[in-house]
Design a protein around this ligand. Structure first.
Ligand code: MIC
Ligand code: SF4
Length: 643
């Protein structure tokens, strides 16, 4: 039987297990990336593992999330990461160099290689034919130390693209369409591969927009073939030697096939508060807009920015609209500055931000109360913008720029002739903001610089025979990591300080959760479907760990968050019967009377609700390895015990 693209890369990297859907497989990891908001923890964990120099082909640390420096914390974290990188063999991308995924695509991504990153949008690399997967910081630390990265062998989905996008319709509209079809949980346990005639007409950055936002499907990753378009892109980045051709075999088998006719696609928006709440721009047209933000790892490439500049040229942003633009990388920003496009944006009244995540992670530019904000980003979860009642719509750069000028939702297809943006024959290459690590001879003399806000990993303990705990919180479906561990300008500077950041855990849902959980000592969180969707932030597991959460009992989990819970030694339980969810309430006294033995024996865990006398069965699907991790008290203890 022929293989899909992802199966080919998996086959050449598998070091443990078999390529059978549903089985745990260990992969050799060629490259890693971290960003600063997850990076400090990842490097503290790497230090705790005790490997002196990374064993990957290339590991890169980016500073792009916590770039607002309203106190010493973020700057200290940047300095810490820079010094760790120097010492341990990691390349350091300085603040100002751009958003991790955009820069990685430009300068480091290679078709056919494996990449894991401590950021859920790492699948951006799929746009260049990499098997690029988002993971928890600890998984990245283990991979940097030479350890395998484990995933459940996913099912394969083929998205067959026919036809060609009509003028003003964008790659963003393709992924919004896929989200409409598959939903935010439709990709769990799957890899999405793009195929068909339509692929050829998409440039690498457009492909990367699509694989980037595949994270919102809950998919393990998404990937495009590596073809002539890929080769041209690598050539223009002066990296032609990194090219290999990669496509699926003609007789490759897919578990699911989705057909999208690009000719028929219209400009779309994901409406508040979920990336799969899709409507056409046409149906929203005329509604007032207060803010427009253009940028983020989804839509900040040279092509996107040039398109926006062309739409804005010679015009003025509507009064009552604030337009913020953050080009994705120094390369992009510098090219716009040199060719005049930046001048067109500034002249139109755009507020130019540094090349970083910025408003996407609530680092500034929160909209006004109840404000309607059109963003080219990938997530519109409630409160993420920093304004609790902000109404965030996710749209293409074309729709965003057109609407910024009119002040109302505007379908860009009404703009007349499209502007064609040629991909440059050569990008502007200047890697002067990437610092190389110290040589093997010099690395020992590098001092790691720590600030007072950097606190150690929380205390863990091996699994006990039984757990007695109260239900400290009951939540519904689609709880995101932004609910569990909110971000934003005030909380992000605490990413290196678990005791402090824990004070904000779940406060979006219930402001008393942190004090209640702490007072209870041991507790269990109960939730619905797709629990933990969104970010890879392991803080959404480490803060609960610090607050004494022993298990999470839900209807279903999102992939990365479930892995982060296991890594933190928190037991991920799902209801055997989803209706048992109704048998649990806040404050109930719960007991897992025989949990350790039951975990060792198989997968069924008894949960007794002592408050109402009900006993239910929960499922804890673990492999031998993940069982050992839970029993050891988490991946850090397990790794130390086994190395
Ligand atoms: C996000 O988009 O939510 C983030 C911020 O990039 C996160 C990582 C983090 O929380 O630090 C992600 O996507 O993994
Ligand atoms: Fe940064 Fe936003 Fe991309 Fe996350 S989704 S990496 S916050 S730009």
């Amino acid at each position: 039987m022929g293989l899909t693209i992802a199966q080919k890369i998996i086959k050449s990297h598998i070091v443990d297990g078999e390529m059978v859907v549903g089985q745990d497989i260990g992969l050799k990891i060629d490259q890693t990336l971290t960003q600063d908001a997850t990076g400090t923890m990842a490097y503290l964990e790497f230090e705790a593992i005790g490997v002196p120099r990374v064993k990957t082909e290339k590991s890169v640390a980016y500073i792009d999330h916590n770039t607002l420096q309203t106190g010493f914390e973020n700057a200290d974290d940047h300095r810490f990461i820079q010094s760790v990188c120097k010492k341990h063999g990691i390349y350091f991308s300085r603040p100002g160099n751009g958003i991790c995924h955009q820069v990685h695509l430009e300068r480091f991504g290679k078709p056919g290689k494996t990449l894991i990153g401590s950021d859920s949008h790492t699948p951006t690399g799929g746009g260049i034919g990499m098997l690029a997967i988002g993971a928890g910081g600890l998984d990245v630390a283990v991979a940097m130390g030479g350890g395998a990265y484990y995933i459940t062998m996913p099912k394969m989905v083929k998205v067959n693209l026919t036809g060609k996008l009509k003028p003003w319709v964008s790659a963003k509209d393709i992924i919004l369409k896929v989200l409409e079809v598959m939903s935010v949980k439709g990709g769990v346990g799957k890899i999405v591969e793009y195929a068909g005639e339509g692929v050829k007409s998409l440039s690498v950055p457009e492909r990367a927009t699509i694989t980037n936002m595949g994270a919102e499907l809950g998919a393990t990753t998404s990937i495009f073939p590596s073809d002539e378009v890929t080769k041209e892109f690598l050539k223009a980045q002066n990296r032609e030697e990194d090219y290999i051709e990669l496509s699926s075999d003609a007789d490759a088998e897919y578990d699911e096939i989705i057909n999208i006719n690009l000719d028929k696609l219209k400009p779309l928006a994901a409406c508040p508060h979920s990336p799969d709440n899709i409507k056409t721009i046409e149906s929203l047209s005329g509604q007032k807009v207060n803010q427009v933000c253009i940028g983020s790892c989804t839509n900040s490439s040279y092509r996107d920015m040039m398109k926006v500049a062309a739409i804005l040229k010679g015009k003025t942003v509507a009064d009552g609209v604030s337009l913020a633009i953050a080009p994705g990388s120094k390369q992009v920003l510098n090219m716009l500055a040199l060719n005049g496009a930046l001048g067109d944006m500034i002249a139109a009244g755009a507020r130019i931000l540094e090349s970083a995540c910025g408003p996407c992670i609530g680092m500034g530019q929160s909209p006004n109360s109840g404000g309607i904000s059109l963003r080219t980003f990938n997530r519109n979860f409630e409160g993420r913008s920093g304004t609790a009642d902000g109404q965030i719509y996710l749209v293409s750069p074309e729709t965003a720029a057109a609407s910024a000028l009119t002040g109302v939702f505007t379908d860009p297809t009404t703009l007349g002739d499209d502007v064609e943006i040629e991909m440059p024959e050569k990008f502007l290459i200047n890697d002067n903001m990437i610092i190389e690590p110290a040589s093997v001879e010099e690395m020992d003399s590098v001092e790691v610089l720590r600030g007072p806000n950097i606190k150690p990993y929380p205390k863990t303990s091996p699994l006990s025979d039984k757990i007695e705990a109260s239900c400290s919180l009951k939540v519904g479906d689609n709880i995101t990591t932004d609910h569990i561990m909110p971000a934003g300008a005030k909380i992000l500077p605490l990413r290196s300080n678990i005791p402090k950041i824990s004070e904000h855990c779940f406060t979006v849902c219930d402001k008393d959760f942190p004090s209640r959980a702490k007072a209870l000592g041991s507790s269990i969180v109960v939730g619905g479907e797709n629990y933990g969707q969104g970010s890879s932030r392991e803080h959404a597991a480490l803060a609960p760990l610090y607050l004494g959460v022993k298990a999470v009992l839900v209807k279903s989990f999102a992939r990365i968050h479930r892995a982060n819970l296991i890594n933190a030694g928190i037991i991920p339980l799902t209801f055997a019967n989803a209706s048992d969810y109704d048998k649990f309430n806040l404050g109930d006294q719960l007991e897992l009377p025989n949990v350790k033995q039951e975990i060792m024996d198989g997968k069924n865990i008894t949960v007794v609700n002592k408050t109402n006398g009900e006993t239910v069965t929960a499922v804890c699907e673990l492999t031998d390895r993940t069982k050992a991790i839970i029993i050891a008290g988490g991946l850090l203890d397990y790794t130390k015990e086994n190395s």
